[in-house]
Design a protein around this ligand. Structure first.
Ligand code: DAH
Length: 334
């Protein structure tokens, strides 16, 4: 009876068995009540007493070894299941960490920050207004009465309101100009503010039009602030923002009900292709009256800048929709 050989074979068999089911079969075969160990003990009677003692000891040892090997195999499998595979794998704590891919601030957000900083240096505070506005703030107070054709070109998304709640009609603001009204009604002039935010229009979407885009409203009200100040502020801002020697600024008369006189500002790099980037003017006396200010004592300058357009121009972006998409191929470039 070669117990040594048996020992080698059985231990190898345990090592090779990879699942619990196999281990259980092995256990029954070898250590069970009708198992091979028992059988070996039974065979002992055929040996001389001296040898019986020696072989008996060996069989006992084998039994212990098999029990221990089974247990070790089982706890090892359990640890492996839980991810502790330290005997097979090892951890190099000195290895440099693979840098995680970290995102960055969206182009729009960083441009808005830059813009706010330029205006801060010109003495303008940054304030914000809500995306949902009252009809009065968005239109009437800005000298755009219900019959005015300017309402039609700025038609927007009206909110369904509960019939049992009596309130003004609400809409998604069509421009940031209502923040002028909000500010003047809650702060005593003199004041200088910019108010960036999203605006909404019922538009046919194409490369240069979207139903949502960003504007930046500007307003300064003082005793003797004037048109020259307005032009100077806008020119200073545009030069700072673009930092381009070639930038050309064109100013032409325009009409907005809430300013008088009103202008539009076009920009170009080549002097041929112009893009409208902002509207501006002197605050209309009716707007001052609507915000309880006396137009005889106060005057104001106002401007509304198309933020998306400025960014598109600065970074040569051909389609406004890219700015509002979540396309990483686009976003990662900035
Ligand atoms: N609110 C105008 C628009 O959305 C832009 C604008 C024009 C704002 C002239 C102004 C302004 O403050 O003075 O088209």
């Amino acid at each position: 009876m070669d117990i040594r050989k048996l020992e080698k074979q059985t231990l190898e068999q345990i090592e090779k068995t990879s699942d619990e089911n196999g281990l259980r079969i092995f256990e029954k075969q070898w250590l069970g009540p009708k198992g091979k160990i028992r059988e070996l003990f039974r065979e002992l009677k055929n040996f001389e007493p001296e040898e019986r003692k020696k072989i008996g000891g060996e069989i006992n040892l084998l039994k212990k070894e098999l029990t221990a090997a089974l247990e070790k195999k089982r706890t090892g499998a359990e640890k492996e299941k839980q991810g502790f595979v330290l005997e097979k794998e090892w951890l190099d704590a000195t290895r440099p960490v693979k840098p995680a891919e970290i995102g960055h601030i969206h182009l729009l957000t960083s441009a808005l920050k830059d813009i706010a900083l330029i205006f801060k240096n010109l003495g303008f505070d940054s304030v914000s207004g809500p995306d949902i506005e009252t009809e009065w703030n968005n239109f009437d107070a800005l000298n755009i009465p219900a019959y005015h054709p300017a309402r039609e070109t700025a038609d927007t998304f009206w909110l369904n309101q509960m019939s049992n709640v009596k309130s003004q009609k609400l809409l998604l603001r069509t421009h940031t100009s209502p923040s002028q009204i909000r500010h003047l009604l809650s702060h005593k002039p003199p004041c200088r503010i910019v108010s960036p935010g999203k605006v909404y229009r019922f538009e046919a979407i194409d490369a240069s039009h979207n139903i949502e885009f960003w504007q930046l409203e500007g307003l300064a009200v003082d005793k003797n602030i004037n048109f020259a100040n307005l032009l100077d502020i806008l020119r200073t801002f545009l030069k700072e923002f673009f930092k381009e020697k070639n930038l050309k600024i064109r100013i032409r008369p325009s009409y907005y009900p809430f300013v008088e006189p009103g202008i539009d500002i076009d920009l170009s790099f080549d002097g041929k292709k112009w893009i409208e980037a902002a509207g501006a003017g002197m605050v209309h006396p009716n707007v001052l009256k609507n915000t309880k200010l006396n137009p005889e004592g106060w005057q104001g300058i106002a401007f509304g800048i198309g933020v998306d357009r400025l960014i598109m121009l600065k970074h040569k972006i051909p389609d406004i929709r890219l700015l509002h998409s979540a396309d990483l191929r686009f976003l990662k470039q900035f």
